[in-house]
Write a protein that binds this ligand. Sequence first.
Ligand SMILES: C[S@@+](CC[C@H](N)C(=O)[O-])C[C@H]1O[C@@H](n2cnc3c(N)ncnc32)[C@H](O)[C@@H]1O
Length: 249
Amino acid sequence: MNTNTNPQTSTALMRDGSGAMFDRIAARYDLLNRLMSLGLDARWRNRLVRCLSDAADKAVAAGQRLEFLDVATGTADVALAIARAYPGAHVIGLDPSREMLAVGKKKVGERGLDEHVELVEGDAQALPFEDGRFAATSISFGIRNVPNRLLGLKEMARVTRRGGLVVVLELNEPERGPLAPLAKLHVHHIVPRLGAWLSGAKEYRYLQTSIAAFPSPETFAGMMEAVGLHVEGMTSLGFGSAHLYVARA
Ligand SMILES: C[S@@+](CC[C@H](N)C(=O)[O-])C[C@H]1O[C@@H](n2cnc3c(N)ncnc32)[C@H](O)[C@@H]1O
């Protein structure tokens, strides 16, 4: 039973990390991302995209249709980067936030990629695709927001072709290394303040709390293994404040 009688608090709780929460910040999401990550986010996404080349080569060699799925695609940066890197590929970006997708659709149109990038509304926990459809699936800065992460990973593994790749880019609490305290300071104090100041929304405080609550890289890699994926690589980025996980389906 929900005993929370404060409508403001219960709404906030319901929306934390959800598509509805992202609807409210969609218009400024791209700018905020660039500022908060000091421009590193774009570099990290490109790194994710380069990791997919093995899956792309395999699909082409086997004469299979080259299709990628980007889960929690938001404003479609990864979907667009995949389409640019692998000409001829069909990329589906999925997200529950209509407003994030609307920003993404505009970008797809502006770059003349409508025929290659399709954006659909949906939930990572119930992907509306058949088993083994995609050469590779990706999720960047999104798995943290999925309420049942194991189910989200299981779904990504299910829709990925056997031998294909599941690639996850995600922030985490920076714990190790000489610059970890600096990265921690950035995540805990600068990011939420900058976010709240620039967006006028309290939602960016959620970023800090959700990063702190995210499992350690080793535990998260274990979750990927638990759904039947084989983790082949785990790369620390941004002084340990993010990791890129590459797993074989
Ligand atoms: C921080 S944004 C990341 C967007 C994009 N992938 C990027 O790299 O910028 C997180 C995204 O997760 C989406 N999201 C929230 N809950 C989700 C769910 N259950 N399934 C899929 N995506 C979800 C949000 O709507 C939002 O667009």
